[in-house]
Design a protein around this ligand. Structure first.
Ligand code: NHR
Ligand code: GAR
Length: 211
C-alpha cells in the first residue's frame, strides 16, 4: 500500500446519500485517497447498498444487548484501525461518540451537520429552523470534538427558507448542499490538506473557483 495515498473510512446509519456523493467524487476525480471501508451501526441502513454499488467493503457493527457505549466504540475503533484511516467520515451516523473515541481520531474525524452551526446543534434541525422562523438555513462540515456539533468548522453552505417550506422540502434543499460541500472537505482531510488552529480550519490547495 502506498502510504501517501489517504485512507477513508465512512460511518453510516441511514440512507447513505452523502456516502454516495463522496464515493462518486472519489471515483470521478483523481483523489490521492481511497474509501477503504464503510461501517454501519444498523443492519437495515440503505447506505449498505450504496457501498455495494461502489464495490466498497461494508461491515455492520451493532451494539450488543447491554453493551456499554465505550465497549462498543472500542470494538468499532479496532475494526476501523485495520484501515489506518487518514479520515474517518460520519455520514448520517446517528450515535453520539464518547471522548476516548473522538480523542483517538483527533483531527481525523469529520461530520456534516444539517444546520448553520452553532445554530441548531443536535437533532431535528429542519423542524427547529422552521419553528424559529430563520430566513436562512444550511449545512456545516466540522471536525468532531467531544462536545457534539461544536468542533472546528471546515465549510458551510447557506440555503434560503421559503414561505411554503415543510421539513421535507427544507431537508432536501439542505441535503443538496451537503452533497456539494462534503466531498471536497473529506478529500482535503484524507489528503492531509487541513490545518487546524484552535477553532479555525484552513484548507490548503483548494481548487479555485470553489463555488
Ligand atoms: N459525537 C461527538 N462526540 N461529537 C460530535 O460532534 C458528533 C458525534 C456523533 C455524531 C453527528 C451528529 C450531527 O451531525 C455526530 C456528531 C446523533 C446525535 C444523537 O443525539 C447527535 C448528533 C449527531 C448524531 N443521537 C442519539 C444518541 O443518543 C440517537 C438518535 C437516534 O438514534 O435517532 O446517540 O448532528
Ligand atoms: C444528513 O442530512 C446529515 O447531515 C444528517 O443525516 C442525514 C444523512 O443522510 N445527519 C444528522 O442529522 C446527524 N445528527 P444520508 O444518510 O443520506 O447521508
Amino acid at each position: 500500500m502506498n502510504p501517501s495515498v489517504g485512507s477513508i473510512v465512512v460511518l453510516i446509519s441511514g440512507a447513505g446519500s452523502n456516502l454516495r456523493a463522496i464515493a462518486r467524487a472519489c471515483q470521478e476525480q483523481a483523489w490521492q485517497a481511497r474509501i477503504a471501508a464503510v461501517f454501519s451501526n444498523r443492519a437495515d441502513a440503505a447506505g449498505l447498498g450504496v457501498a455495494a454499488e461502489f464495490g466498497i467493503p461494508a461491515e455492520v457493527l451493532q451494539p450488543r444487548e447491554g453493551e456499554a457505549r465505550e465497549a462498543y466504540e472500542q470494538r468499532l475503533a479496532q475494526r476501523i484501525d485495520v484501515h489506518a484511516p487518514t479520515a474517518v467520515v460520519l455520514a448520517g451516523f446517528m450515535r453520539v461518540l464518547g471522548a476516548p473515541f473522538v480523542e483517538h481520531y483527533r483531527e481525523r474525524l469529520i461530520n456534516v451537520h444539517p444546520s448553520l452551526l452553532p445554530a441548531f446543534a443536535g437533532l431535528h434541525t429542519h423542524r427547529r429552523a422552521l419553528e424559529a422562523g430563520v430566513k436562512w438555513h444550511g449545512a456545516t462540515v466540522h471536525l468532531v470534538s467531544a462536545e457534539v456539533d461544536a468542533g472546528p468548522i471546515v465549510d458551510q453552505a447557506v440555503v434560503p427558507v421559503r414561505d411554503d417550506d415543510t421539513e421535507t422540502s427544507l431537508r432536501a434543499r439542505v441535503l443538496e448542499q451537503e452533497h456539494r460541500i462534503y466531498p471536497p472537505a473529506v478529500r482535503a482531510l484524507a489528503e492531509r490538506r487541513l490545518r487546524v488552529q484552535g477553532q479555525r480550519v484552513r484548507v490548503l490547495g483548494r481548487a479555485e473557483p470553489q463555488r
